[in-house]
Design a protein around this ligand. Structure first.
Ligand code: SAH
Length: 255
């Protein structure tokens, strides 16, 4: 019986190898071909030198997925790489959708460290209570829906992680998003953003919502909006969980 061909859809984390899970490293080591967006293929090319690598440009997601199925049909083990987690604004769902045409190909998703998680660690602990992620990209989602989700997130007092705050064509998305949030939150709301997580030029900024409005951001920025319990402690963005910190005086018996 012919073996089923298989494709691993691998989240490689935000950048350097130490941010990858061992499972992801193993999947890439086992693969015959690594397929991905040019920037990520460049990041991996030294570590996985000698492997066949296929890179495609940014907006060529469908082409990238199609290549995976076609290469898998030749009997090769394929790893499709995505930054962060492949199932968070990544290609995992598109692969399953296109996979309907290729029932003989088995797909598996390998979790990665998403930018919300790796960026939160750089800033402190901003996601330490209920949070949601909203992408500001209106490439595949109408802006009206993005606005609705931002309003709902603010009304629900969620901490918000914003992905895709800007691109070359969208320079004012973060400002527009902040204007929507400012209708529900105070100007001094603690916020932060991190650029180039996991790369050499990581930049982390803690600021207020009013200041965030002017921050701009780029396509490698992840933004964090605190909830009503968030606080800046020693320059770090923290969302409290509600613990009441007690002194140990009772235990000492002197109270
Ligand atoms: N699948 C990815 C997200 C892809 S959407 C993940 O799980 O992280 C692309 C957006 O992710 C970027 O616009 C940015 O908001 C965020 N992002 C991805 N890599 C990043 C990095 N190295 N530093 C900061 N933000 C990053």
């Amino acid at each position: 019986m012919k073996n089923k061909s298989s494709i691993s859809i691998v989240g490689i984390g935000p950048g350097r190898e130490e941010f990858m899970t061992l499972e992801a490293v193993r999947a890439l080591e086992e693969a015959d071909v690594i397929v991905g967006y040019t920037v990520y293929i460049d990041l991996l090319s030294r570590r996985f030198a000698g492997k066949e690598m296929i890179s495609t440009a940014m907006r060529r997601e469908m082409q990238r997925c199609r290549i995976c199925f076609e290469e898998a049909a030749k009997g090769k083990r394929i790893a499709l790489v995505c930054s962060g987690d492949a199932g968070i604004y990544g290609l995992a769902s598109l692969m399953y959708e296109m996979g309907k045409e290729y029932p003989e190909t088995e797909l598996r998703v390998i979790a990665g460290v998403t930018a919300a998680s790796s960026g939160a660690a750089v800033l402190g602990a901003p996601l330490n209570h209920d949070f949601c992620a909203v992408s500001l990209s209106d490439h595949l989602t109408p802006w009206e829906k993005i606005e609705k989700r931002l309003t709902a997130a603010a009304e629900g007092d969620f901490v918000i992680a914003l992905y895709n705050p800007a691109s070359r064509k969208r320079q004012d998305s973060l400002m527009r998003a902040c204007d929507i949030l400012l209708a529900h939150m105070e100007e001094e709301r603690p916020c932060g953003y991190v650029e180039n997580i996991g790369r050499e030029s990581t930049k982390a900024v803690v600021c207020t919502l009013k200041e965030l409005r002017e921050a701009g951001g780029n396509m490698f920025t992840t933004v964090f909006i605190g909830n009503s319990e968030s606080e800046i402690i020693n320059g770090r963005l923290i969302t409290k969980r509600g613990y009441r910190i007690e002194r140990d005086t009772d235990l000492c018996g002197d109270n």
